[in-house]
Design a protein around this ligand. Structure first.
Ligand code: MN
Length: 255
């Protein structure tokens, strides 16, 4: 009888006294698509961090830029704060910028970055630069957590073009912000509280230009397993032509 008490105290200590601490489980896939010669996308799927990056600047710059962003953010993020994740994105910007300026053949390289990290507080930190996206699937509906930094997205936000005009707009792929193209960068960041059963979808434009948001929601409603869900999304984009590299991270939050 006396043994029960120490055992239960020991268990409390092992979980840090925070039995409600959420966890993040990720499944990721990146696919070259059907029309590109290189895959310039990169993904991160770690227990507390999901990210996608979409490189630009042609071979080999695009691949180097997106891989650098993914690697640097992954190594810098410990879960302490949104500021930490934002600082990691800024540091990646500086590193890519320095290499683009000094290494032959890498001029003009850059990358998007969209990252979602689970904080020690139990909330999610979201950072974004460029036109990769994070969505939250909660209670049967899909909500976008990030704003695209592209010319068409800015025009859309200012009400100067319609959603329909944006789809075929000649400047839809031109970014207004990216990592590595200037010595400093403005990084969007926010913190979201989580609920049990929340699911995140991070993706590059190779997914969302082929697959409508309603269809992403439909896959989330159908595929209860994150590994199956990420495959369904990539296969759907490929079935529509797969004109670009396609990257997806699907992550489940458990509290
Ligand atoms: Mn792309």
């Amino acid at each position: 009888m006396a043994l029960d008490v120490p055992f239960s105290r020991s268990d409390d200590r092992e979980s840090g006294g925070k039995e409600e601490m959420p966890t993040l489980k990720c499944a990721a896939r990146t696919d070259i698509g059907r029309e590109r010669e290189n895959n310039e996308d990169a993904v991160v799927n770690r227990d507390n961090l999901a990210a996608v990056a979409d490189g630009m600047g042609g071979a080999p710059g695009g691949e180097i830029a997106s891989a650098a962003a993914a690697t640097l953010v992954e190594s810098a993020f410990t879960g302490s704060s949104l500021d930490e994740l934002t600082a990691a994105a800024r540091a990646a910007n500086r590193t890519i910028w320095d290499r683009a300026r000094t290494e032959a053949g890498l001029e003009g390289m850059g990358t998007t970055l969209c990252a979602v990290g689970l904080l020690e507080t139990g909330s999610l930190a979201v950072v974004n630069v460029g036109d990769s996206r994070a969505y939250l699937w909660r209670g049967g509906s899909l909500r976008r957590l990030t704003d695209d930094h592209s010319i068409t997205a800015e025009l859309l936000r200012r009400g100067e073009i319609t959603e329909e005009e944006a789809v075929d707009h000649p400047h839809r792929h031109i970014l207004t912000r990216a990592l590595g193209v200037a010595p400093t960068v403005e990084v969007d960041g926010c913190v979201h509280p989580v609920q049990d059963g929340d699911r995140l979808v991070l993706c590059t434009d190779g997914l969302f230009t082929e697959v409508q948001e309603e269809e992403i929601a439909s896959v989330m409603a159908t595929d209860h397993d994150i590994a199956a869900a990420k495959d369904s999304l990539v296969e759907l984009a490929l079935s529509r032509g797969g004109h670009d590299n396609i990257s997806v991270v699907v992550a489940d939050v458990r509290t």
